[in-house]
Write a protein that binds this ligand. Structure first.
Ligand code: SF4
Ligand code: SF4
Length: 138
């Protein structure tokens, strides 16, 4: 980088508004495009498993209880998620979206980072099994 450009950039940075926002007070504005916690809706899901395969962080798992009856449960680990949005791109049925009002996700322990999405009864059924040994996990 040329010295002149360096000084120009330094001067620009000195007299520009900070790119970062204060946190936690005041709470920054939630913009339309902000990617917070990933949310999953089971209605359109076909159980194709594409979003799971494409997730670069291994943050999601699909449990197929009954494919014909479209009974699925999705496990989402927000602690692993990189908010890349690949799951939203991969799903042709728009089952995934990023909540722009749920983004303050830090915690001091790993508890509470795992979410189960699906019908309540189905989630209870998945939780009743030792999850890693669940026979319907794909
Ligand atoms: S946003 Fe990216 S890392 Fe997070 S669940 Fe979707 S694909 Fe995985
Ligand atoms: S890509 Fe969409 S349809 Fe396929 S398993 Fe994921 S959420 Fe379901």
């Amino acid at each position: 980088m040329k010295l002149g450009t360096l000084f120009k950039d330094a001067l620009h940075a000195l007299f520009s508004r900070a790119a970062t926002e204060p946190y936690p007070n005041p709470q920054p504005n939630e913009t339309e495009r902000l990617r917070g916690r990933l949310m999953w809706a089971p209605e359109g899901c076909t159980g194709c498993n594409l979003c799971v395969k494409d997730c670069p962080a291994n943050a999601i798992d699909l449990f197929v209880l009954d494919k014909k009856a479209k009974q699925f449960v999705m496990r989402y680990d927000v602690g692993r998620c990189t908010f890349c949005g690949q799951c939203m791109q991969s799903c042709r049925f728009e089952c995934w979206h990023a909540a722009n009002d749920d983004w303050s996700l830090a915690g001091t322990t790993v508890d509470g980072f795992t979410y189960y999405y699906g019908e309540e009864d189905d989630v209870e059924r998945v939780l009743a099994e030792p999850v890693e040994e669940h026979p319907v996990k794909v």
